[in-house]
Design a protein around this ligand. Structure first.
Ligand SMILES: [Fe+2]
Ligand SMILES: [Fe+2]
Length: 182
C-alpha cells in the first residue's frame, strides 16, 4: 500500500519560505544585474570550463546567489551592505578570463590578470558601475596570490563566496553540462 505524501504545516512553511527566498534572489539579480545577465559575455561564460568540472557561467551564478544570501543574513543583523554593488561585483568578477587560453600564457598569469580584465568587461557592459563594485572585482582573488585585501564589507562577501563556490564547483561540477562530469 502506498502511503500518501503528507506535508506538515511546518514543512509547508519551510518550503514556501525557501521559494520566497529563491524569488527574492532572482529578482535582485535581475534588477541590479540584468544587463550583465543578458550579455553575450555571460552567454559565452557558460561555454568555458572553470574549476575543472564547472563553467565560468555556473560559477558566476553560484557566487552571485551566495553573495546575495550573505547580504540578506547581514541585513537581518542590521549590518548595512550594498546589494547592487555585490550583484555587479559577483556577476562580473571572472568575466575577464573569457578566452583564457588565448589571452594568458599560464594559469598564474590568468590568476593575476583576470581581475583587472574583469573590471574592463564590467565597464564595457555598464554605463555606470555601482560604487565599490570596481574594487570588489579587482580584489576578489584575495587571499590568493598577490591580490590586495578587499576594502569593503561587500568585497569580503564576494571574496568569501568565490572561494566557497570554487570548492562547490569542483565537488558538484556542472549541473547543465554533464559531459564535464567525468
Ligand atoms: Fe577569479
Ligand atoms: Fe571566481
Amino acid at each position: 500500500m502506498r502511503i500518501p505524501y503528507y506535508e506538515s504545516t511546518m514543512h509547508r512553511q519551510i518550503r514556501e519560505k525557501r521559494e520566497d527566498r529563491k524569488d527574492r534572489i532572482k529578482n535582485d539579480l535581475q534588477k541590479y544585474g540584468g544587463e550583465v545577465l543578458d550579455s553575450a559575455e555571460m552567454q559565452e561564460a557558460f561555454e568555458q570550463t572553470h574549476h575543472r568540472r564547472s563553467t565560468v557561467g555556473e560559477h558566476t551564478i553560484r557566487v552571485a546567489v551566495s553573495s546575495v544570501m550573505i547580504c540578506y543574513a547581514l541585513r537581518k543583523l542590521n549590518i548595512k551592505v550594498s546589494i547592487p554593488a555585490v550583484v555587479i561585483g559577483a556577476l562580473c568578477h571572472d568575466l575577464g578570463m573569457l578566452g583564457r587560453s588565448e589571452k594568458y600564457s599560464s594559469a598564474r598569469e590568468c590568476s593575476r590578470e583576470h581581475p583587472k580584465d574583469s573590471v574592463e568587461v564590467a565597464k564595457e557592459l555598464l554605463d555606470e558601475i555601482p560604487e565599490k563594485a570596481e574594487d570588489i572585482i579587482e580584489r576578489h582573488m584575495w587571499p590568493i596570490g598577490e591580490s590586495e585585501a578587499p576594502n569593503s564589507i561587500e568585497g569580503v562577501i564576494v571574496s568569501v563566496a568565490d572561494k566557497y563556490n570554487a570548492v562547490k564547483d569542483i565537488v558538484k561540477g556542472s549541473e547543465i553540462n554533464n559531459e564535464s562530469d567525468e
